[in-house]
Design a protein around this ligand. Sequence first.
Ligand code: ADP
Length: 492
Amino acid sequence: MRRPWRLSVWWLVGGVVVALAGAAAIARQSLEQQRALFETDARIVHRLLSQQVVQHDAILATLALLQPDSAGPSGTPPEQRLPALYPQILAVQRRDADQAWPDAALTDAEAASRTARRAALAVPDLQSGRYRMVLAATPTSYALTIDLRTMVPWPEWPMQRESSPVRVSLVHAGSEHVIQAGDLSPGTRPGWRFEFHKVVAAESQPFDVVAVRHLGWGHLPWSRMLAWVLAVALVLAALRHLQRQRSERRRAEELLRLGQVGRLNTLGELAAGMAHELNQPLTAVLANTQAAQRLLADDPPDMDTARSAMTQAVEQARRAADVVGRLRRAVERPDATQQSQAMDLVEAVRRALYLLEPESQRRGVSPQLEGPPRLLVQADPVALDQIVHNLILNALQAMEPVDASKRHLLLTMTVQGGQAQLAVADSGPGIALDVLPRLFEPFFSTREGGLGLGLSLCESLAQGMGGSITAANGTTGGAVFQLRLPLKEDRA
Ligand code: ADP
C-alpha cells in the first residue's frame, strides 16, 4: 500500500519548501539590511567630500576678492598662509596682470574659468593623487594644487579605513583615485554587488564619488538560516509525530470496533454450539423428572430414589442455566443490525489494509492492490469490513512460516459473471488437500490457539449478503480466497 509512503513524501516536500522559503527570506532581509547600511555610508562619504571641495571654491573666491595688495600685518600675502591652514592645499600660485602661467594647462584652465565664470580644473588626472584648479580674476588670477589624500576628513569617515569591505574612489574623465581600497575579492565568485555613484556638489570639481561593495555567498547569514531550517524540521517532526499518534488512535479505535463486531458475530456462531450444549442437560432434566414422577406414583413411593433423581435434575437444570447465563453475558452489547447498501469494495479493502498496516509491517509484507479505482457492491458495511479484515489477517498469518523476502500479498478486484470479486492471494504454504473441504466448518482450525470460527463466520456473512466465499490453492503456490458479492443494484 502506497498511502503512508506518499504522505511522508508530502511532509518532506512541504518541509523543504517552507525551510527554503524561510531561509531565502532571511537571506534577502540580511542583504537588504547590508544594502541600506552601504547606502547610508556612501551618502555620508559623498556629503563629507562635497563639503571639502566646496571649500576650495570659497578659498579661490576669497583670494580673487582680496587681490595681492591685501597683505596681512605680517606682510605675508594671504595665499602663502593657506597651506598651513588647509593641509590639502599643497601650493597656491598666482598670475599677475603682466605675467603668464608657468604651464599651458593653467593658461587653458584660466581661459575656461573666464568663460564659465567659476573655477576650472587643470590637468584633472586623479591617478596622481592631486589636481589643480584656477579661478580667473582681474588683475590677479589664482591656482590651487590640491592633495586628494589629505583632503579626506578621516576623523569623520563612517567606515574603518583599513578593514572596510567598501571600495570608495573619485572618478573624473576616465581616471580614478582610490580613497579606500575595500575588498572586491568576493566579486570574482557569483554573489551580489552594491554600487553608489554621485557627483560631488561643486560644479568646478565634478568628481564622481563611486562606492562599491561585493558580497559573496559567505556573507549570507548562514547560522540564522540554519537555525530556521532546524526549527522548521523540529516543528514538522513534532506535527508528524502528533499526526501519527492521532492516526494510531483512530486505527486502535477502529480495530476495537471491528473486534467488538467480530466478537458479536463469533458469538452468533457460538450460540449454535451452545444450543447443542443445552440439549444434553435439558434431556437429562426431562429424563430425571419423568423418573421421579414414576417413582412417586409407586405404592409405596420410592422416596430415596425419587429424591436422588430430583437432585440430578436440579444439577442438570443448573448446568443449562449456566450455559444460558454465559450466552447472555457474551451478547450483552448487541449492535444495531446494518442494512445492505452500496459500498465501495476498493475502499473497504484499503480500510482493512490501513487497519492491518502494523501487522503487515511487522511481517515485512507490502500488500499490492490491483483493479479499478472503485467497485460498488451491495453489502452490509460492517459485515464487509469483517470479511475483508479476516481474509487479509488469515493471509498474513499463513505467510509466517515463509521467508520474509518471499512474502507477497496480492488483492485483485474484478467483475466476473455479473458479480464483484475480490481475490486475496498470499505466498504462504497453501492449503493441504485434506484441509480444503473442512476450511469453512465452524471450530475447524490448524492454527495454534485458533478458534476456527473466522472463515465459517465469513461464509455465513457473505451468504447473508447474497455472495459467497471459496478457497483454493494458487497456481504458483499459496492460498487464494475468492469473495464474490452482488454489484450495486442500480449502478450507472
Ligand atoms: P483460525 O484463523 O482461528 O484458525 P479460520 O476460520 O480463520 O480460523 O481459519 C481456519 C483455518 O483455515 C486455519 O486454521 C488455516 O488452517 C486455514 N487457513 C485460513 N486461511 C488460510 C490461508 N490464507 N492459507 C492457508 N490456510 C489458511
